[in-house]
Design a binder for this molecule. Structure first.
Ligand code: GLC
Length: 509
């Protein structure tokens, strides 16, 4: 639960087959590097057979590996090799919708009388009048597609190639539970569960112009279905984990999914920090709310600053010092941390010209660019042209170059991970916000204390591009353990000053 999980977008990590698309072989090649970095677990975005209309989030078989990524045997090897290095492995389970190429949907659309017809969401009508005003999340347009063959509309929250499954049919629920068991039996440690807050639906077709955001969800039914999923996971030994992508921008509603008393998800993403501005005031307010809401429930939070769905943190913040500070902030909060592959290299989004756009939502290609492991021209991939262009400055911002530079963000991330691992306070301790300081600029800084028994750490983050003063709590003679600005400050007494966008971890001297 106190893990740091490294998110891998498998198409983009590393290509070993020579087709320009990353693969399981590439993940296996990187395991030593990831163990060196010090993360605890890996989450792979979907690797299942798929026509790739949404790059794997359109699953055509929940129980196999797409040939572009490798084979089932290779996945087994990856699980074993990860475990040998003490790394857990999570897969990305996509329960809300399948691909239109999944045999279930092929059967469902073959005839109105097919036994699988009711596994999806159909509405009778006429081809020139969609059932109602519901919109898809992407691409822009209706959430309904007319099926010529059987003369009916089907519902899809995403692209027309991603028909939504009907979880109110018990056969669907049972079949999807079986897909979890398939992977749990093979030894995977758990799942990230794609839009798992959307599976329980209210299909009464009430008009709702906001369905592109909310979907026609029935929250109570959804919580019930998630409890069913948890029962499947709980039947397995070991620390198997269910991480929900409950994409709800409300702290209390997300926390309800991880209320220990309700036995639903173990963890759920909290996406709000992806959307509010990088200011001390916004962070203080958000941390205060999370600590209060999760504290009341006795629940464990999660933290994420990047993913395959949003421009990279370095691109959003627009500055190296702030991106370095963000890494220290992320890795010292109370909760499970998700680190998006490439953010440890301080990568920026690639600039993708219109003719190379791959993403059906059309804005996520930049953060999905291939990861450069070495200087050019192949960047440690094979010689094939990768499926997306390289991110900027790939000859300088790549793992091999940064591994030679103790001042790099890569080493900063590694040092912060090591500090977290070595300190019970940082790993699993309580967290309390420290009061705002006094004096000019004090409100530009957020500080918190982590404690576990005698172990204490203080984290101080400045959110401005100028130096700031900050008075450490008295009595401890604080020493800088990690500084996002320069490793030269580390191991020395804290002088009460922060450089531009600096974050420091302090330990009692
Ligand atoms: C989630 C995924 C996103 C995908 C969508 C549909 O939001 O993170 O990448 O496109 O679900 O499956």
């Amino acid at each position: 639960m106190d893990a740091v999980v490294y998110q891998i977008y498998p198409r983009s990590l590393r290509d070993t087959s020579g087709d320009g698309v990353g693969d399981l072989g590439g993940v296996r090649r990187q395991l030593d590097h990831l163990a060196w970095l010090g993360v605890d677990a890996l989450w792979l975005s979907p690797i299942f057979p798929s026509p790739m209309a949404d790059h794997g989030y359109d699953v055509a078989d929940y129980c196999d590996v797409d040939p572009v990524f490798g084979t089932l045997e290779e996945l087994d090897l990856l699980v074993a090799e990860a475990h040998e290095r003490g790394l857990k492995l999570l897969l990305d389970w996509v329960p809300n919708h399948s691909s239109d190429a999944h045999p279930w949907f092929v059967a469902a659309r073959s005839s109105r009388d097919d036994p699988k017809r009711d596994w999806y969401l159909w509405v009778e009508g006429s081809p020139d009048q969609a059932p109602n005003d519901w919109k898809a999340a992407f691409p822009p347009g209706p959430a309904w597609t007319w099926d010529e063959g059987t003369g009916a509309w089907y519902y899809h929250r995403y692209t027309p190639q991603q028909p939504d499954l009907n979880w109110n049919n018990p056969e669907v629920e049972a079949a999807m539970h079986d897909t979890l068991r398939f992977w749990l039996d093979r030894g995977v440690d758990g799942f990230r569960m794609d839009v798992v807050h959307q599976i329980g639906k209210d299909m009464s077709l009430v008009s709702n112009p906001d369905t592109a955001v909310d979907g026609p969800s029935d929250p109570e039914r959804n919580h019930e279905l998630v409890r069913g999923i948890r029962t499947v996971i709980d039947a397995y030994e070991g620390d198997r984990v269910a991480v929900g992508e409950a994409y709800i921008l409300d702290v209390a509603q997300v926390a309800r999914y991880v209320d220990p008393a309700a036995r639903e998800l173990h963890l759920s993403f909290n996406f709000l920090p992806l959307w509010f501005p990088w200011t001390a005031a916004d962070w203080r307010k958000h941390l205060d709310e999370v600590l209060r809401v999760y504290g009341d429930l006795g629940a464990w939070p999660t933290w994420v600053l990047g993913s395959h769905d949003i421009p990279r943190i370095r691109t959003r913040l627009g500055r190296d010092d702030a991106a370095r500070s963000a890494a220290v902030l992320l890795l010292t909060l109370r909760g499970t941390v998700f680190l998006y592959a490439g953010d440890e290299l301080g990568l920026q989004d690639a600039v993708v010209p219109p003719e190379l756009v791959q993403d059906p939502a059309a804005f996520r290609d930049g953060c999905r660019a291939p990861i450069p492991w070495e200087p050019g021209p192949d960047h440690g991939w094979t010689s094939a042209t990768p499926w997306l262009p390289w991110p900027p400055e790939a000859d300088e911002r790549n793992a091999a170059v940064l591994r030679d530079d103790p001042a790099s963000i890569l080493y900063l991330v590694r040092r912060t991970l090591a500090a977290r691992k070595a300190s019970p306070a940082l790993r699993e301790g309580a967290m309390a916000l420290l009061p705002e300081g006094t004096g000019a600029g004090a409100t530009d800084v957020v500080a918190w204390e982590r404690t576990a028994g005698d172990d204490r750490r203080v984290v101080v983050v400045s959110f401005v591009a100028e130096p700031r003063g900050w008075d450490a709590p008295e009595g401890s003679g604080w020493v800088v353990e990690v500084s996002s600005a320069t490793e030269e400050r580390e191991g020395k007494p804290f002088d009460g000053l922060l450089e531009s966008h600096e974050a420091v971890v302090l330990r009692p001297g």
